[in-house]
Design a protein around this ligand. Structure first.
Ligand SMILES: [Fe+2]
Ligand SMILES: [Fe+2]
Length: 273
């Protein structure tokens, strides 16, 4: 980066936590992206008010996997090695997108308290860790990230909510990541049932961390609702309608959702459909 064109003051220079998040988001190859995320220090300087010009080509992603419509992603039997590898690859792609989503909320939305940005940095790091666990497991099975096609549902919601922080919080961590809490036990059991204990153990780690991510989403969603004078359950229903969020279907992982901060009113609304 050309240091002559960028102010060098800590909080608004390239070392700003939010500028580093934007650079990591733009990185295309996974080793480069993971290294960029890991290089952001916990106590990196931070300018909460800074606005950034969007860079073309966000999010940075490798040429492969080839992106296809969700309906074109084949479901394969867990009884075969190829079937398990396809499932782990789909999870790795979700985690790759999740790294990008956590980085995107950091640079895109100015004017939040410092703790907001540091919370999402923690999420980005954990998503990078999840991606790496899955990538290593795939490598042990002879598969590389990019070997199977993938779909882009997670990032589509990021696009739709790029101008609306409350909607981003409602529909990404509190909807799509929370859906991961519901899906994890079944995925874990399928893998364990097929005798793949190593992969099942990775899903356990992911579920544990994802409860924390959804909790962070809930915390900031409710903080934003309070500031805007909105009632969280009614506001969620309105945002889900406006942005055409996927309808969530049970079975719900109520224990994990409670641990992630959903209250009784929210869980009742969820179960009422
Ligand atoms: Fe994750
Ligand atoms: Fe997550």
């Amino acid at each position: 980066m050309d240091s002559n064109t960028i102010p060098s003051a800590e909080g608004n220079g390239p070392n700003c936590l939010r500028a580093q998040a934007l650079a990591a988001l733009a990185a295309t190859e996974w080793p480069e992206k993971l290294a960029a995320v890991r290089a952001i220090e916990d106590d990196a300087a931070l300018d909460c008010q800074r606005s950034f010009e969007p860079i073309a080509g966000l999010p940075g992603r490798p040429e492969r996997p080839h992106l296809v419509a969700p309906a074109e992603v084949k479901h394969r039997s867990m009884a075969t090695l190829e079937g398990r590898a396809a499932l782990l690859h789909a999870l790795a792609h979700i985690e790759f997108n999740a790294v990008n989503l956590a980085l995107d909320i950091i640079w895109r939305f100015a004017g939040m308290p410092e703790a907001f940005y540091r919370d999402w940095l923690r999420v980005a790091r954990e998503e990078a860790y999840h991606f790496d666990l899955l990538r290593q497991r795939l490598a042990a099975l002879g598969v590389a990230y990019g070997d199977f096609p993938a779909h882009n549902g997670l990032w589509d919601m990021a696009e739709r909510t790029r101008g609306d922080l409350l909607a981003r919080l409602a529909l990404v961590p509190r909807t799509l990541e929370a859906r991961g809490l519901d899906a994890s036990p079944m995925i874990r059991n399928k893998l364990a049932g097929a005798g793949d204990k190593d992969s099942a153990a990775i899903v356990d780690i992911i579920l544990r961390d994802e409860i924390g991510h959804v909790a962070i989403g809930n915390y900031w969603y409710k903080q934003q609702c309070t500031l805007a004078g909105k009632e969280p359950v009614a506001c969620y229903a309105e945002l889900a309608r406006r942005y055409d969020a996927p309808r969530l279907r049970g079975p719900f992982n109520l224990e994990a959702r409670r641990a992630a901060g959903f209250d009784d009113a929210e869980l009742a609304a969820l179960q009422a459909g």
